[in-house]
Design a protein around this ligand. Structure first.
Ligand SMILES: NC(=O)C1=CN([C@@H]2O[C@H](COP(=O)(O)OP(=O)(O)OC[C@H]3O[C@@H](n4cnc5c(N)ncnc54)[C@H](OP(=O)(O)O)[C@@H]3O)[C@@H](O)[C@H]2O)C=CC1
Ligand SMILES: O=C1CO[C@H](CO)[C@@H](O)[C@@H]1O
Length: 318
């Protein structure tokens, strides 16, 4: 049975649940196996990026399923333009490389990964000798205009943004020719992004939540106050009441707000657990108790030391 979907401003359907694949590559073909497992379990949406270095593995897994009868139109594939590819001349080649690695002739969604441009080239994290990321003075609207041409050329069905705050989204909505279909941002119960969600909903932009379970077990999560999310007494109590796991409660809370979730796992039992979201409902009380857990605790992007850059998105409240 097809998993529930949301409608994008392009009219296309985007499954509310996708498989996250960040930091999964190479090791024992982890990503290849996770995608194969997820496809078997009914996932039809995959989130990747040049930055994740796993597009070939995902491509291989998809290709094998296409050969076995899966239609291209049945899967939704998102990739992202990395920060070192913001120069307008680099946008088409970067997208084409992702397509080639994935073995696809179009992407369902292509996101600008961050609003800040880094120095051009294949070094994806170009630090200077003082430990600062080398940024470039290219405004994201220049990059966005090059991404619009990808839609014109049929390389991507929709374009969107990631890690954009409200003012930055407003700029794209006002000055762009093509509307962003999605803003993919960090969100979990400790980072509700209630203002941004309200804004996206009003503008017809779908919000996708990354780190939807707060990246459990990671050093970053511990460091930034998100480490205990799955042990939060409120989440535990609600999960017990519904006979579900804390991870499922975090994911369901987003899905019930019409937010797309892309939990990452390479563990078959968890890949399964994370898709069993559509056989229970959180009550209004559950939803509002989870809403109250917000403490603006963010995990991603904080260690890059480009906080003073004028386009750094996280200096504004989400
Ligand atoms: N646009 C952007 O800037 C960003 C996008 N992303 C995207 O979002 C995806 C998800 O975010 P991510 O940072 O991976 O964080 P998640 O919140 O998805 O957490 C992933 C971690 O949770 C573990 N896990 C998975 N399922 C469960 C479960 N049911 N119970 C307990 N632990 C579980 C996984 O372990 P294991 O795999 O061992 O099972 C993994 O270590 C990424 O993979 C990527 O695709 C992420 C960050 C930034
Ligand atoms: O997409 C991403 C952007 O950067 C993050 C911080 O390094 C990653 O963890 C992530 O997967």
């Amino acid at each position: 049975m097809a998993l529930p979907a949301v409608r994008l401003c392009t009219g296309a359907s985007m499954p509310l649940l996708g498989l996250g694949t960040s930091s999964v590559y190479g090791r024992q073909n982890d990503c290849y196996r996770a995608v194969k497992t997820a496809l078997q379990m009914g996932y039809r949406h995959f989130d990747t990026a040049e930055y994740y270095k796993n597009e070939k593995e995902i491509g291989q897994a998809l290709q094998e399923n296409f050969t076995a009868g899966l239609n291209r139109e049945e899967v939704f594939v998102t990739s992202k333009l990395w920060n070192t590819r913001h120069h307008p001349d680099d946008v088409l080649p970067a997208c084409q490389r992702s397509l080639t690695d994935l073995g696809l002739d179009y992407l369902d969604l292509y996101l600008m990964h961050f609003p800040v441009a880094f120095a051009r080239g294949d070094n994806l994290l170009p630090y200077d000798d003082k430990g600062q990321i080398i940024t470039l003075d290219i405004h994201f609207m220049e990059t966005w205009k090059a991404m619009e041409k990808l839609v014109d050329k049929g390389r991507v069905k929709a374009i969107g943004v990631s890690n954009f705050n409200i003012s930055q989204m407003e700029e794209v909505l006002t000055n762009g020719r093509i509307r962003p279909a999605v803003n993919q941002i960090e969100s979990h119960p400790y980072l509700g992004c209630h203002r941004l969600l309200e804004y996206c909903t009003a503008k017809g932009v779908v919000m996708t939540a990354y780190c939807p379970m707060g990246r459990p077990g990671s050093q970053e999560a511990k460091e930034y106050g998100v480490g205990s999310l799955l042990e939060d007494p409120v989440i535990i109590e609600i999960s017990k009441k519904h006979g579900k796991t804390p991870a499922q409660v975090c994911l369901k809370w987003q899905v019930q707000r019409n937010v797309v979730v892309i939990p990452k796992s390479v563990t078959p039992a968890r890949i399964q657990e994370n898709c069993q979201l559509f056989d229970f409902e959180l009550s209004e009380d559950d939803m509002s108790a989870i809403n109250k857990l917000d403490k603006n605790a963010r995990i991603v992007g904080l260690n890059w030391e480009c906080k003073t850059h004028p386009l750094w998105p996280f200096n504004e409240d989400f």
